[in-house]
Design a binder for this molecule. Structure first.
Ligand code: PLP
Length: 277
């Protein structure tokens, strides 16, 4: 398996990042996970836009997107696989202990892992911890994901694949790595970006293609929604069949099933033909 580091391809076993990398020592980095089907990255331009926005938000130098594109293409070429997940990581780079970001410049790693299509439905839990809708990192896809790791571990303990957060004012926000949608009176709703959720790429496409409304939703909407579904790069549109102790028999329900179908049909065709992803 080959990955991209320091401007070229390397065997994954011999690729080394410094122990003084600010991404490792303080989580000073940003990342993207991009799906690749048959070696073709999905929505790469949107992912690179978000990488740039996240880097700006952290005050990192702008990533060289030509290099990132070259890196993605090289890694995909070197590791053919039917369904892959590209992981682009961009950090503050080497910084001597106790100092601010160093002068060595940022670190860019592009790696690829194999993945598989997710089941049509899944179980989720809610967690008592909150997302801060007004934090310095709100809306940025940073490598400071430890809170998500903790929440996801709790979900796994309870036989679920995702944990959902409310924000500090008790509104439904998002999952550890997904956005959430609910169906109320047959209409699809999802929390607005102001709730503190990440501007998910799958979320944006789903809103555009299904006409879902962006609505402030109390957390307890999960107790009465007719249907619930998640969106993310690796899940696409995925129905929820259990939330905490509540079962949603028959998931995916009709509205979710339609959203799944629309996503599957339009996902590749509707994207910019100039963009290989
Ligand atoms: N929310 C969080 C916290 C995430 O990490 C992700 C995954 O990237 C998402 C939502 C879903 O975003 P996307 O559809 O771009 O994968």
């Amino acid at each position: 398996m080959k990955l991209w580091l320091d401007g070229g391809l390397l065997d994954i076993e011999s690729a080394r990042v410094s122990v003084l990398d600010h991404g490792l020592t303080v989580g000073d980095g940003v990342f993207e996970t991009v799906k690749a089907v048959g070696g073709r990255p999905f929505a790469l331009t949107r992912h690179l836009d978000r990488l740039t926005r996240s880097a700006r938000g952290l005050g990192l130098p702008e990533p060289d997107l030509d290099e990132v594109r070259r890196a993605c293409a090289a890694v995909l070429d070197a590791n053919p696989m039917p369904l892959g997940r590209l992981r682009i990581t961009y950090t503050g780079g080497i910084s001597p202990l106790g100092s601010d970001r160093g002068e060595h410049g940022p670190t860019l790693v592009v790696a690829l892992g194999e993945t598989s299509r997710r089941p049509d439905s899944t179980a989720v839990i809610t967690v008592p911890w909150t997302r801060n809708e007004r934090g310095a990192l709100t809306g940025l896809k940073t490598t400071s994901y430890a809170e998500n790791v903790v929440a996801l571990a709790r979900a796994r303990e309870q036989g679920a694949s995702e944990a959902l957060f409310a924000n500090t004012v008790g509104q439904l926000c998002e999952g550890t790595g997904s956005n959430v949608f609910v169906v109320l009176d047959g209409e699809i709703h999802t929390p607005p970006i102001a709730s503190g959720c990440l501007a998910g790429i799958t979320r944006a496409l789903t809103v555009e293609w299904t006409g879902a409304k962006e609505t402030d939703l109390p957390l307890d909407v999960l107790e009465r929604a007719e249907e619930i579904f998640l969106t993310s790069t690796l899940r696409d549109v995925q129905a929820v069949h259990r939330v905490d102790a509540r079962e949603l028999p028959g998931a995916p329900g009709p509205v979710t099933a339609k959203a799944m179908r629309i996503f599957d049909e339009r996902a590749w065709d509707d994207l910019d033909p100039q963009d290989p992803g």
